[in-house]
Write a protein that binds this ligand. Sequence first.
Ligand code: ZN
Length: 133
Amino acid sequence: MKFKRRLSWKPVRRGGLYCSSACGNGCTYRAYLDAVAAATKLAKELPGFKPHVWENLGWHYSVVARGGRVSVYNNFGSYSVLANLRYPHAGNTEWGNVTARSAQKAVQKLSANLRREIRKMQLMLQHLERATK
Ligand SMILES: [Zn+2]
């Protein structure tokens, strides 16, 4: 009887490779170190954020805050911010996905968008409450 090998997301180092059986992409240890360095550098630009590095057909990184509810990604020099109200890294984005040329600008842009939405909602609520008086 042949046993099926159980796939794991725990990366294993073999020579220059650092990849998990679940990924199977042949990711390199160099790519892992680069992702860690880039995440650490980005975290220094955003006080309160921590580096987050993961593997899925390559090594990727972001910085996270608020238990993973706020994430900032660098996509080749274009920074995006995700803010969600529920589970970290679950793609359950409730508010916000903006891009900007710097991490700080992306965070500021999302904050401005959220404030604008709140103002709109406050106005709508006022109109509704006054209409129904
Ligand atoms: Zn891999």
